[in-house]
Design a protein around this ligand. Sequence first.
Ligand code: COA
Length: 387
Amino acid sequence: MTTKYLPGLEGVPATQSNISYIDGERGILAYRGYPIEQLCQHSSFEEVALLLLDGELPSAGELAEFDASLRQNRRMKYHLKEMMKHLPPAGHPMEMLQTAVASLGMFYPSGTACLSGGVCEDLNYIHRMTVKLIARMPVIVAWWQHMRRGYDPIDPRTDLSCAANLLYMLDGEEPDPDLVRILDVCLILHAEHTINASTFAALVTGSTLASPYSVVTAAIATLSGPLHGGANEQVLEMLEEIGRPEQAKPWLEARLANKQKVWGFGHREYKVKDPRATILQKLMEQLMAKRGGQVSPLFEVAVALEEAANERLAPKGVYPNVDYYSGLLYAEMGIPVDQFTSIFAVARSAGWLAHWREQLRDNRIFRPTQVYTGEPIRDYTPITQRA
Ligand code: COA
């Protein structure tokens, strides 16, 4: 058994998976073998979710059935809404999402289907829970947007796609088709990313045969940190602090001189620009062209900072990651900054649950070892004899 400790488990395989693939040297990300560029061009979040879960692109009938069950499962018991009303409005949406998803496990008890044997074989149960979670997380996120301001939440619609319904529920207006397509692509890009911190948390929790609600709750908690999903919020605050494109370079110099991280840059896996950042940047450019240049001036600040960072950070293999441009797009949709990571979680629910299903098929509880650095065995000292 190896006792060499690798901080952050860098390079240590923690599982075998055939869900997604990253080539960090060439900037490639593929889901079930399909490059994300092609999926973003031709697919939808619903289809990608099913691809991640089942392993193959669905037939038209399979997709229609999955889509219909997602739409039907948007309705939730009013008890959950009542519970959410009692949560503090100033609380962070990711804490709320974590609380509400954990509560779903109580409002919609899953029984013992997964808890009795060493391996969960109830495929029907797994499928039903997966659909419920993917369908309901966006509803919870959108409900909270209104409830925390003291307004009644907007009911979900069944005639809209995931992305369209989320935009509709967030602001109550008929969603703009351009923004729907952009959000759909954002959801595709955030749906899965091999075994990152939150997916690892999901696997560890799933390996104890905890319920899928606990699995997703653990993953949401892990995603919330600024070194993971929470970085997209920090990026917007950072760009606001920089203020103008010409300030980007001096700001970067001062930041690096103080040995501080630049939010939205760097990735454990990618040594080139994150392919998701490239797609998101293009979406922003397309939106800008469509609107005759009328997008947030922070986009120019972001481009200037990336240029400055190309000189200072690229030599270390540090480039923009997925969180760098996503927040700018969400802001164009009117989504508040503190909801950015919740939207990430909505999309990533598909990946987390795909990994949960994969884990259950060949489960062994995670129980790593450690390198002990403490005291050798010693005798207890009575309190009266301690210095
Ligand atoms: N800004 C400035 N320097 C950075 C950096 C960043 N965002 N990310 C990495 N670096 C530098 C480190 O300082 C280190 O430099 P050194 O070798 O001179 O000490 C080098 O690049 C390697 O970085 P390291 O922290 O070892 O990489 P990691 O794999 O442990 O960390 C992240 C990966 C994502 C945690 C890290 O890049 C980071 O904190 N990024 C900012 C947060 C973020 O955007 N997270 C979202 C990820 S999708």
